[in-house]
Structure formats: C-alpha cells, structure tokens
Design a protein around this ligand. Sequence first.
Ligand SMILES: *[C@@H]1O[C@H](CO)[C@@H](O)[C@H](O)[C@H]1NC(C)=O
Ligand SMILES: *[C@@H]1O[C@H](CO)[C@@H](O)[C@H](O)[C@H]1NC(C)=O
Ligand SMILES: *[C@@H]1O[C@H](CO)[C@@H](O)[C@H](O)[C@H]1NC(C)=O
Ligand SMILES: *[C@@H]1O[C@H](CO)[C@@H](O)[C@H](O)[C@H]1NC(C)=O
Ligand SMILES: *[C@@H]1O[C@H](CO)[C@@H](O)[C@H](O)[C@H]1NC(C)=O
Ligand SMILES: *[C@@H]1O[C@H](CO)[C@@H](O)[C@H](O)[C@H]1NC(C)=O
Length: 759
Amino acid sequence: MKLLVIVAILTASNVCTAQDFAVNVDTSDGSFYVVVQGKTWLESGPYFFRADGDIFSFADGSLLLVKHSQSSGVDLIGQWNSNSFVYQAGSTQIEASIVQYKPDPSIFTYNDPALPFVLFKQKFITGSNNTAAASVSETISGFPSIALEEVDVPMGYLYFAGNQFGSQNMEANQWGDTTFDILYGHGSGPLALFDRSKTANTLIITPASEFMASSMYHQNNHKGKNNVFWGVMGGVNTVPKDFETSYIMFCGNQGINKAFVSWGQILQTWYGHKEGFVKSDMTINYLGYWTDNGAYYYHESEKGKNYQDTVLDVVSYIQQIGLPVRYFQYDDWWYYVDPHNAIMQWKPRPDVFPSGLEWLYNKTSLPVLAHSKFWSSNNTYAKKNGGAYNFIIDGDKALPTDERFWQDLMSSARQWGLVVFEEDFLDSQFDALTPLHTDVNLGRQWLLEMGNAAAKNGLRIQYCMTYPRHALQSLEIPVVTQARASRDYHPGSDHWKIGLTSLLAWAIGLAPYKDNFWTTSVQSGNPYNGSEPNTALNAVVATLSTGPVGISDMVGGSNKSLIMRSVNADGLILKPSRPATAIDNRIRRIAFGDFEGPDGEVWSTYSDFGGQNKYGIILAAELNGDYSITPDIAGYQGFPSSMIFPYNNASKIQPLTDADPLTMSGCTTVDFCLYYVSPVLKVQGKQVLIQGELSKWVPMSPQRVTDINIGDDIIISLNGAAAESVVFWFNVNGVSSPVVCNLGPVGSATLSFNQQTCR
Ligand SMILES: *[C@@H]1O[C@H](CO)[C@@H](O)[C@H](O)[C@H]1NC(C)=O
Ligand SMILES: *[C@@H]1O[C@H](CO)[C@@H](O)[C@H](O)[C@H]1NC(C)=O
Ligand SMILES: *[C@@H]1O[C@H](CO)[C@@H](O)[C@H](O)[C@H]1NC(C)=O
Ligand SMILES: *[C@@H]1O[C@H](CO)[C@@H](O)[C@H](O)[C@H]1NC(C)=O
Ligand SMILES: *[C@@H]1O[C@H](CO)[C@@H](O)[C@H](O)[C@H]1NC(C)=O
Ligand SMILES: *[C@@H]1O[C@H](CO)[C@@H](O)[C@H](O)[C@H]1NC(C)=O
C-alpha cells in the first residue's frame, strides 16, 4: 500500500490551481505522478545515479532509499514545501527533493500572480567519484525522470535543442514512445508538453540552475519503457561535495506562449531581471550595419580595395543617402586566426585595417559590435605561449580562465568604439573543449568571467550559435542582452522563421536577433550568387523581433524607403512591446498535424501603453490556405474591444472579436499578411481608431508614442528626432485620415485629436 501525499496544493486564481495541477509523491520511494486538470499527464520513471563506475537505479533496486523527510520555508520566490529523499548509490549519498512552490504574488509584475511550480533538486551530499557515463550525451544522474508513455491525455510537445538557441534541432510532435525522437545531451533544451484543450494546458520542464552542467537524456532502450531524465551531463567524472542542480516543472493553463513567459518570470526573479540592460543596449535600439555571414561584405571587401576602405565607402554611402545607421558590426574577418580558424590574436590585421581600429573609429564615429569566437591553443595571450593569462589548453583549442584576460581585452577595445562583444560558436566551443564537459563549474565560470568583464567596461554581449544551455546560463549574466535566434542569413533563405525561438528568448529576457538582411533583391557580384526576394518580410521580422535590425547591403544597394519603415529619423527602431511569436495554435498544428491551427507562419505581438491601450500586430507568411484568427487565438485575452485592418489599407477596418474572426488568405513571403489591431474608442459620439504612423511597420510603438490620454479628446505624446515629421492616422466612423506633426527642435510633440493639430 503506497502512501500518497499531494505536495502541490495550489491556490492561484486563474493559473493552474490545486484542481489543475498536482505532483503526487509516493513517500515510500520518491516516485511521483503529475495530474493536470484531473488527469494523469506523467508518471515518473526509474531514477538513477552513477557512482564508483557503476549505475544505481530504481529499475533494478540498486538505488537505496535511506531517509525521507519533509520541510518547508520561504525564500525569494515565496513559500515552499519539500519532500526530500536521501538515496545511497554505492559510496555516494544524494538528496533528491521535490519542492512545491507557492510564489508570493507581489513579486510577479508581468503576468498572473502566484504561479505554482515544482522544483526537483539533486544535491550530491557526499560528492561522487567515477561517475562518467558511457556517452557524453547521457547524464550521470536521472532525477526527475519521466516514463515516456501516453497516460490519460493525448499530448503534444515542443522541444528546443541544438545550436542557434535550440532552433537547429527543435522538434514538435506528439508525446509518446515512437514520436518522441529528439536530440539529447549537450544540445538538449527546454521541453514543453501541452494538450488539445481550448486553453492549451502546458507543462514546461527545464533546468533551473547549473545550466552549463545540466542535460536531458532520452533513454531509448527499445525493449522496456523509454524514459526521459534530467541530470548532470554525462562527461562529468567527479562531482564535488554539496554540488546541487535543480529542474523546474511549471504548469500554465492559458496557453503555450503565456506558460513560457511565466516560467521565464520565475527564473528571472531568481537570477535578476535584465530588462534595464536590454533597454540600454544601443544596438538593440538603433539601426546597424552588418558584415556577418549572408552580408554582401562577408569575407569580401570591395573589388580592389581592402576592408578599411570598404568600411569607409559603406559609411559615406550611408551618409550620402541619409540612412540613420548608428553602429557597425565587424565579423570574423579582421583578426588573426590559426589554420583552424581559431583566434590567435584579437586585433586587426594590417591587410584588413592598415590604419588600425582606433583610427577607423575616429573616422566613422560609429560604435562597434565586434565578433569573437574560440581561441587557438597557440593564442598569444596564454601563459603557455608567453602571454600573461591563464588558459586551459585542450588539443588545438584554448579556454580563458582568467577574468583579467577579458577585462584587459575589453577595456582596450573600448578605445576603438566597442559597445557589444559578440561571442560566437558557443556550441562548437562547448563540443571541442573536453574540460567543459567534465567539470561541473567550468562552463559557468567561463561565461560569468566574460560577463563580469563586460559589465565593468559598460559593454553588452551578444551570444551566437548557442545551445539552450548557454541561453539559459545567460540568465545569470545581465549584460548578455541579445542572442541569435536562427541560423546564418543567406539571401533568399528562410531563416526569418524565428517565431518559436523568439518565444524562448523573450521568456528569459533576451532580445532575439534574426541576423542581417538585404534590403534590395538583386545585388550584383555578391559572394553567394544569391538574391533576396523577401526584403520586406525580413525587415518586418527584424522590426517585430524587438532585437537588432541589421542591414548588410552593397554600396548602392540599400532601399532607404524600406529601411525607414523600421526606424525613426534618428535610427531608433520603432518596435512593439514584446517579440512577435508563433501563436499557440501554430505550435499545436506542428505537434499534432491534424490540429485546427494554421498551416504556415502566424505570429502575434502587441504594443502595450498601459491600461486598455493595447495595440495588436498579426503577421502571417508562407501560409497555405486560409486561417481565421480571433483575439483569443492571437493571445489578446484581456484586450479591449478592437478592430483590425491590413497594413496597406487603413480604411479596410473590420471588427475583431471571438464572434467575428479575421480570415487571412494568400499570405506568402513576398505578399505577407500584416494586420494591426486598435481598440475601438468613442469620442464625442464618433467611433475612433488610433491607427498611428502607418508608414512604419509598427505604427503604434512605445519608442514613438510615449503617452495616450483618452477623455473628451485624445491626447498623444510623440517622440522622435529633432524636426522629424510624423504622419499619424485616425479612423473616424470608417474613414482614415492623417494628422501631420512636426516634432520641432526638441523632437517631441503633443497631438490633439479634436484639434487635429500638434503642439
Ligand atoms: C572521492 O574521491 C576522493 C579522492 O580520492 C575521496 O577523498 C572521496 O572520499 C571520494 N568520495 C566518495 C563519495 O567516494
Ligand atoms: C583618435 O581620436 C582621439 C581623440 O581625438 C585621439 O586622441 C587619438 O590619437 C586618435 N587616434 C588615432 C589612431 O587617430
Ligand atoms: C601551434 O603551433 C605549433 C608550432 O608552430 C604547430 O605545430 C601547431 O600546429 C599549432 N597549432 C595550431 C592549432 O595552430
Ligand atoms: C549563379 O546562379 C545561376 C542561377 O541559379 C546559375 O545559373 C549560375 O551558374 C550560378 N553561378 C555560379 C558562379 O555559381
Ligand atoms: C523599396 O521598398 C519599397 C517599400 O518600402 C518598395 O515599394 C520598393 O519597390 C523598393 N524598391 C526596391 C528597389 O527594392
Ligand atoms: C481599401 O479598402 C476599402 C474598404 O474595404 C476598399 O474600398 C478599397 O478598394 C481598398 N483599397 C485598396 C487600394 O485596396
């Protein structure tokens, strides 16, 4: 007879409550099952721990329960109750705890208060020796573990894995023995499970600490039950005494998007919100010029000229046509590398920049975002090679283990305008350097040291080619403000599809970067022999991402009118309040195949000016057939009664309610569908929609509109460049017309709807 204790007694108002979500723990051995909305979703699998060269598991009775205890307390997040089990695995003792949290409503500023969740903790009380698994892709511990079988409800999953923020090996499918086919180990990442119900009940399971040392492992034993495990990565052979990892299981019942956001809020509460660092990153706010893969000038300067002259030509072209580019990105072509492309010396080569970077900075006055990556074993900074800093050398690669190294490197780079340090190839650095798989602390320490140095120098960091572990680790590094959300751009490629990775990025506080793009289709003599048919789609996606907007055209190849749809006259990106992300039903359509979601990309976002002032944006592209969307499906629960209109015809307004959906059709990549949603206002007996600055992709951006005051009149505060002209639209009883505002010498104005003027 098993004694069951319900540890998750949850009392939140409109998220998973006690009836919605419970983790029922068997105190006789520590096994559990998860109940969502009265139905069993998951059952635990056999926990295991490796030690002394052996494996100790529930499966064969070799893992012994020594002790069970209960405790409770309060921490940063709120109240918790814990069931702890001490297990004996050979000479090792591990405390495995299932901790139920009831968060303090006052700490959640973003979404719904008091989100319930459960933490699974593994604490290596004695430390553990001889733990390494047969493969680095496995784990040395498995707690929690989940039996991979369908229990009461058909569920789908979304799983982020592999490089570029888990986009490369992302999977969505049905949960089950044969359909759960995923990349585990080093590239493993967040797992979300959801059902087919109207609101999409969602469970999210991810590491909650020690992100660089934690992995997920899918044991596919082909005979008995298959299981999924979370634990310390498989290459670790020694675990220090008292080392602890934890894994969060979060439940949401308002859809997949909202569950991710709330899950991320918990992690951000733990590790510190980085919003201030993101907001003050100038490369996230302003238009930039890029030279990375996909760019016209990637590893290719102008014919017969060096890069220095090419940069100067780009800058004078930009100035000549009046593009408000505010920074310049230098990719991996300017520093010294070894024959394997690893960095020897992070300083400009004379064949690239003969007069040096400081000289160039003085000439262009443009701040710099500069690329960096893995270090050669022969790099000139390492003590082994006569340099001044500690590095771990492994094969032909090296890893800095010296905060002073980063400090000196970054502070000297400030002389030549560095504002953002781009750390690339995080995935291959992780794979190439064995100590990063064997040492539980090294990965975290390396990234923290890099981050500390950047913080001391007032810099920000962009991560590129991240595995999910790097992305999650950035939670602890506030200056990591942005990360690439898809594979490298190539003209004509489909790497604009960042609707899912943007959700993960937004949840953990990072600005997703879609990568550079061309703004005209044909740019002769380019290194790719390519063309870009989807210039406008790329520009929209970049703008709606809330991350950097980086153009990469040849001299003479920029489309100014297209570029200016993304920014104000100062180059400030006019973006929405959160990144556009794939709607829940898109995710469920991918997972279930037969689900009534869109057969193509449908994303939504909005600008939130507080209270009822919420302005939606819906993007659809590469959409097969029709798709009808309601406010609910778009994720606009709690928005005021609104109307919707296409970006290219402000008069074509129609209601958008759950009873009056909008049917989108013919949404391709060239002729994408882009719709704006505005609250219906009643002013002096008239039906008024604020439509905003329709010449921009985001006509109602908090970067432009700083206040909206609705009473007998509508008073709108606008900000921008000095003397900038803003053409601002209203729809009155179905007819759209503009008010033209000149922002004057201070770059601001107050618009009165009744007077149809600006002051
Ligand atoms: C692990 O090895 C170290 C060094 O030999 C030893 O001091 C320690 O007791 C061992 N720990 C366990 C749990 O066996
Ligand atoms: C760059 O400008 C600064 C400030 O005017 C000056 O001190 C420095 O010598 C210049 N550097 C180069 C390499 O021209
Ligand atoms: C480092 O230098 C040594 C000696 O020149 C050379 O043999 C080796 O190939 C170099 N390693 C790398 C990674 O370039
Ligand atoms: C460039 O692309 C065109 C059209 O796809 C093709 O015909 C041509 O052979 C390509 N040229 C090179 C150098 O790859
Ligand atoms: C430039 O972009 C505008 C849209 O803003 C478009 O109408 C025009 O055709 C584009 N021109 C070129 C040369 O691509
Ligand atoms: C814009 O929409 C209105 C109202 O539906 C319609 O009458 C008009 O023809 C449309 N204009 C264009 C250019 O499509």
